[in-house]
Design a protein. Structure first.
Length: 113
């Protein structure tokens, strides 16, 4: 099993979510987060003064897929639907998952996903 974490722009969440649902992955966790990458935030101007916004609002989507074959279509769907082509589009992390346990039933492994 693999855990896919995608940090994307908040305005792209709905289209990414729809694309993942079409692939058959309706279950995911969404967390509102803040952060910055290489661009180190934004410099904006308001009433003649410049100020820096260091941590930009982002959304972290997390989902676990049952096997390694499913990783590439999920990653491609996220990249295709989250990309704007500008700095700050986000990152995707793919990590191994050792065990999954469904609390309600006690199921383990792929059945718990």
């Amino acid at each position: 099993m693999k855990k896919i974490e995608a940090i994307i722009r908040p305005e792209r969440v709905s289209v990414v979510k729809e694309a993942l649902e079409l692939l058959g992955y309706p279950g995911m966790t969404m967390t509102e987060v803040k952060g910055h990458g290489k661009q180190k935030g934004l410099v904006q101007q308001w009433r003649g003064s410049q100020y820096r916004i260091e941590f930009l609002p982002k959304v972290k989507l997390e989902l676990v897929v049952e096997n390694g074959e499913a990783v590439e279509p999920v990653v491609e769907a996220i990249v295709q639907h989250a990309r704007t082509g500008e700095a700050g589009d986000g990152k995707i992390f793919v990590c191994p998952v050792e065990e999954v346990i469904r609390i309600r039933t006690g199921e383990r492994g792929a059945e718990a996903v």
